[in-house]
Design a protein around this ligand. Sequence first.
Ligand SMILES: [Zn+2]
Length: 730
Amino acid sequence: MTMKIQEFEHVNYLWDDHVASQLDAVERLRYRSNILGADQRITNTGGGNTSSKIKMTDPLSGEEVDVLWVKGSGGDLRTSTRANFASLYMDKFLSLESIYNKAEVKGVKTEIEDSMVDMYRHTTFGLNPAASSIDTPLHGLIPFRHVDHTHPISAIAIAASKDQEQLTQKVFGGEVGWVPWQRPGFDLGLVIRDALKKNPKLKGLIMGQHGLINWADDDKACYELTLSLIESAALYIKQHDKGKKTFGGQKYKSLNEEERNKLLVQLLPKLRGMVSQKNRFIGTVHVTDKVLQFVNSVDAERLAEIGTSCPDHFLRTKIKPLYVDWNPQKDSAESLPEKLEAGLAEYRSDYASYYEACKHPNSPARRDPNPTVILIPGLGLIAWGKNKSESRVTAEFYSLAIEVMRSSEAISEYQGLPRQEAFDIEYWLLEEAKLKRMPPEKEFARNVVVVIGAGSGIGKATAHRIAKEGAHVVCADLSEDAAQATAKELVEMYGVGIGVAGTGISGCGSAIALAVDITKREGIRAMLENVVLAYGGVDNIIITVGIFVPPDKQGYIPDDKWALTYAVNATGPFFVADEAKKIWQAQGLKTSLIIATSANAAVAKQGSFAYDTSKAAANHLVRELAIELSPLVRVNGLAPATVVEGSSMFPRDRVISSLTKYNISFDESESTESLRDKLAEFYAQRTLTKSPVTLADQAEMAYLLSSSKFSKTTGQIITVDGGLHEAFLR
Ligand SMILES: [Zn+2]
């Protein structure tokens, strides 16, 4: 049933003979996987797996052997590299069946089935460290050279329909068989092999409540078969599309973008606080026409209750989402949080009952009972995860589930995974073991940290320092370009993560750049609102901006410069705290604020009194805010001194004027860095520790003060100045 390329309407045909012809057999598998994964309609992020059986020379015997290359545990088809594929000696892999058969109790969910996963390691070819996944037998036991297992929307729609077996026959006319839902593992591999033995003409199978698997002896043919099967299912669904009657028709209307964002900005911090009582979550807002069609529909409540069907979706989206029946046309904005609060209480108690009803004697302890997907008519979908990447994947998965439900309800009646089966996936001991193997979460995981001044100097160094601790970093700066540069460095270093979802700014990665002028309250508010739309809330704020206006030769500072100095150094941090306060109070989560002041705040000297007095005001602002914002927010000051390295406050002319002032010899032709080093060394000699003070020293303290390591300290100014006895606070 090979189709001509131009006939594909519901999938992207991406195979390029020229590209494929230049690749070795393993790279061709990687290539096929990447182009399959690139289309969301073919498979979801992290979902599905592909394999090729490849003849290779055995490094031990020098003989040609058959090697099964199959996508390993973790990883993702779209982004897979060669390193994501496990390699197993085919003969050794096949010999495992006799071990399986020797077990007294065997079959789905038996002890032997789970323990087979560890056996795959013994069959590794070529010292490949990639771990085999539980889906390995789905590939190894099929006697064809190439196998694609995917989670296509159109195939899952059939697999999640009430009359899935008949539909499979109707759509594929006997070329594709059907096997009922069964948790993946060795036994499912045997079931699939048996289906093929019984009917050798089969080109693939619809796996009940799960997805599609198909095979061929040629890799390009396998790829084209995958596409044509998905296309056939999609065409059948299109012919039965219910149009305006989809999901029982529309019950509510969507809010326009402006109304929606206004409401989201108010709602998200509150909602984040509600779901984060046990673990802090990062949000993703996903609003597309398809999502809105679902949440506004008559059937949304009924379908949401059934939950997602594909086990892959379900692990992230949980057993079901929380749907809140709020009327965007009639109900007030104030009634929405109340409805959410009540909905959440019911959801948590449902979750507890589900756990109690389905648990086994050896089940892992109950996990966080909060929903990860929240559906609100008029507004859209809000997903929650431990980090941005996870919440984006969750939003992606539920939006795919909506497509599955739409399709399934068009051709039949949608049905979810039976509760016990869902539980046996969610609390699978193999999944629990995977969770336990994960490294402990970092200090700033699950945190959104805004660094104001992140474009240069201490702010930039701090942004890098906290990103290392797992923070989602908002790089805010007067210069948007400078903020962008820092955010770009962070994203390049830590990656954008996985998942294809999030609308507007909410589709961001773990760092974003925003422009802000700290002297303008409205601008600060707008910046914080964008942070809320991007991540669902705001945790720590670190303000490192400051301005030093040098006096003219007569020691005079014009009035407007005096005012500017105060606006940036003292009033600005107050505006930030005052605007963030509303968000922090709505969240109700403990957090911290750091304001960089200066050692100068405590030292009176000639020529810098606008700067020094403004910093003294900032020092006292720290103490006032510590009282004002307690008990939710710890407020501390960081007082650096004479950080010359990379500081925007030490441009070349200021360095030269300082060197001249202190009679330090230098040459006009020297580089700015070399001049700065000279000045830094001079300053170092004035300190008690005799060491130059670096940006890294400041960033370390900004990080420590914000972190839980200083959880009992508030209202304090901590100096990082190498030890200046004149600046001792008393
Ligand atoms: Zn699967």
